[in-house]
Design a protein around this ligand. Structure first.
Ligand SMILES: NC(=O)c1ccc[n+]([C@@H]2O[C@H](COP(=O)([O-])OP(=O)(O)OC[C@H]3O[C@@H](n4cnc5c(N)ncnc54)[C@H](OP(=O)(O)O)[C@@H]3O)[C@@H](O)[C@H]2O)c1
Length: 252
């Protein structure tokens, strides 16, 4: 399986969860993968698993809400591997408590916008110039089903940040297509990551399962396979889409 043979990929937020699954699949498909996060212990475990499976990877750290740290990370990846071909801007999450808008504090609002929309913007801003210079590249951003319809358990700030990522990706696809660069977005529904397994009570997990036409929750690997498709030559004519990975729970 060599669909990404000799490609260099960065998957932000790959110390755990969805990002770790994307990184592992990309490495399995022949890519050299830069693993990224802030938790060095978690990163070293993902790295060890990839190397043990015969893949090539390095681990890098940066807070993706800080442009200076992203730039330092980019320099390190370029020193070790060279310029990246594939950027998966996956790092993010919900940093706000769900609830009425007027009870959302300004700090919580800013945390979700910064940690998702601004982080995605800054990450792309750092890596895009080299892609344009080389006239090749592939950018995948991560939204959420929360951007597609109101859901009481999803904070407004998170849905708004993810909706911003979608239009950012589509604007970007229009700008960079002429440079041979494709940009696409994936919008997952609830994915049973380790964190969600612990966070979502089992009764609520069952309610969510019953609500999906495909009667299960998504796995990190479901998202990884969608990312592999978009990153591969199989999707050569696909740009500017938002791909729902949602077990049929989101139908636009
Ligand atoms: N799980 C779901 O149900 C679901 C559904 C829809 C969309 N998504 C989206 O999918 C993406 C991955 O979600 P996940 O569930 O896999 O999350 P997760 O298990 O909480 O992992 C989040 C990853 O992002 C990194 N990260 C977060 N903020 C960062 C920052 N400021 N700087 C550097 N690294 C940062 C974390 O690094 P460290 O832990 O090392 O600090 C970790 O590697 C997120 O964008 C999320 O919004 C998830």
């Amino acid at each position: 399986m060599d669909r990404l043979k000799d490609k260099i990929a960065l998957v932000t937020g790959s110390s755990r969860g969805i990002g770790a699954a994307i990184a592992a699949l990309f490495a399995c498909e022949g890519a050299k993968v830069a693993l990224h996060g802030r938790d060095v212990h978690a990163l070293s475990e993902v790295l060890a698993d990839i190397v043990q499976a015969g893949g090539q990877a390095i681990d890098v750290t940066a807070d993706v809400t800080k442009f200076g740290e992203i730039e330092a990370m980019r320099c390190r990846i370029e020193r070790e591997f060279g310029p990246i071909d594939i950027l998966v801007a996956n790092a993010g999450g919900s940093f706000t408590t769900p609830g009425p808008l007027e009870q959302t504090s300004e700090d919580e609002w800013r945390a979700s916008i910064e940690g998702n929309l601004t982080a995605t913007f800054l990450t792309i801003k750092s890596f895009l110039p080299r892609m344009k210079e080389r006239r090749t590249g592939n950018i995948i951003t991560i939204s959420s089903a929360a951007a597609h319809r109101p859901y009481p358990m999803a904070p407004i700030a998170y849905g708004a940040a993810k909706a911003g990522i979608e239009i950012l990706t589509q604007d970007l696809a229009g700008q960079v297509g002429p440079y041979g660069i494709r940009a696409n977005c994936i919008a997952p529904e609830t994915i049973l990551t380790e964190r969600n397994r612990q966070r979502i009570p089992s009764a609520q997990q069952q309610d969510l399962i019953d609500w999906h036409p495909i009667r299960r929750l998504g796995t990190p690997e479901d998202v990884a396979h969608a990312a592999l498709y978009l990153a591969s030559a199989d999707a050569a004519w696909i740009a500017g889409i938002v791909l729902d990975v949602a077990g049929g729970a989101v139908m636009v």
